[in-house]
Ligand binder design. Structure first.
Ligand SMILES: Cc1cc2nc3c(=O)[nH]c(=O)nc-3n(C[C@H](O)[C@H](O)[C@H](O)COP(=O)(O)O)c2cc1C
Length: 328
């Protein structure tokens, strides 16, 4: 969730989760066929509009895995995951309470290959639709993260058990996507420290470091990681744990995210903790966030009650620009 303004040399990329197969869907996102059929061209005018404004536009490839239920799945089938254990909570991290999670179907090795192929096709179609690249959603307790985390992944085959085995699926997705569209167009988002959607790990430091090192063999563009202080979404806690070991291990562009403001964002860049900082809520509420940061201007406050609300569509494109705020 970032923007780029070339004139002012501020680098921001727009990025929003896109389901890409019917099974990748969950409650607040549109049913996922937009990147798997001719309809992917429907993205073209949207992508063109972002490019006309000088933006760089990456498409986030998202698969919910078990964060879904029968109602959102094709033919009322179970959602899919690395496990057949269901999420017990009834509240989705996005805040959509009452989202009941159905017990998932545990993918076979053959089905895992098909899902990897789906990621590959979605990436190809995203590039055809004009996106500058894709970000693999490997965070927040969704499918790719489910494989990595030992509190979810209870497999005994080559996709479960050891750290190497749990990271096999995410890395195979990265390889398939990078081989298809070029590693310089591929990023990944990770949240080794978070346990959103009941997806925690007993040794997140080791997991994060292993992934940062292993990603180097594919030469992808960036690694985008959620700060350890955001174990619970949108709640910042004090912790001494840092992303520095991951930052040092990863050879590409390192992006940090979650809980940042102007000052500590500048600090992270200044002290070498990151190459880029991603902003979620402040960007949502401030369509001209780079300009406001540059001027150190006041920010619009975000309204949590409109987060993840598909109907009516409010709280996404209706926050005021700086000029209109000052016209009053
Ligand atoms: C309305 C809304 C939609 C979001 N959609 C996504 C998404 O599609 N993919 C994703 O990885 N994170 C998504 N996030 C999470 C943000 O990327 C970010 O991790 C979160 O807002 C915390 O960062 P912040 O403190 O800068 O807001 C969303 C957040 C909000 C508020």
């Amino acid at each position: 969730m970032k923007h780029e303004n070339k004139q002012s040399n501020e680098h921001i990329i727009d990025c929003k989760a896109q389901c890409f197969t019917p099974s990748s869907t969950y409650s607040t996102l549109p049913k996922g066929t937009m990147l798997m059929c001719v309809k992917h061209n429907a993205w073209k005018p949207v992508v063109d509009a972002v490019h006309e404004k000088g933006g760089i536009f990456f498409c986030q490839l998202f698969h919910a895995g078990r964060v879904s239920n029968y109602d959102y799945q094709p033919n009322g089938q179970p959602p899919i995951s690395c496990t057949d254990k269901a999420i017990i909570s009834e509240v989705h991290i996005g805040g959509s309470g009452g989202a009941e999670f159905s017990p998932p179907h545990q993918l076979s090795v053959e089905e895992i290959s098909q899902v990897i192929n789906d990621f590959r096709i979605a990436a190809k179609n995203a590039i055809e639709a004009g996106f500058d690249g894709v970000e693999i959603h490997g965070a927040n307790g969704y499918l790719v993260d489910q494989f990595m985390k030992d509190q979810v992944n209870d497999r005994t085959d080559e996709y479960g058990g050891s750290l190497e085995n749990r990271c096999r699926f995410p890395l195979e997705v990265v390889k398939a996507v990078a081989d298809e569209i070029g590693a310089d167009k591929v990023g990944i988002r990770l949240s080794p420290f978070a346990d959103y959607n009941e997806s925690g790990d007993s040794n997140p430091d080791a997991l994060g470091l292993y992934m940062a090192q292993a990603l180097n063999q594919y030469g992808i563009l960036y690694c985008h990681v959620i700060e350890p202080r955001m174990i619970t979404q949108f709640e910042r806690i004090e912790t001494k744990t840092s992303l520095l070991p991951m930052r040092k291990a990863f050879g590409g562009t390192f992006i940090v995210a979650d809980g940042y403001n102007r000052d500590d964002g500048n600090e992270a860049i200044g002290n070498g903790g990151a190459d880029l900082v991603a902003f979620g809520r402040w960007l949502l509420a401030n369509p001209d966030l780079p300009k406001r940061f540059k001027l150190n201007a006041p920010l619009n406050k975000y309204d949590r009650s409109t987060f993840y609300t598909p109907d009516p569509v409010i709280g996404y494109t209706d926050y005021p620009f700086l000029e209109s705020t000052y016209q009053h």
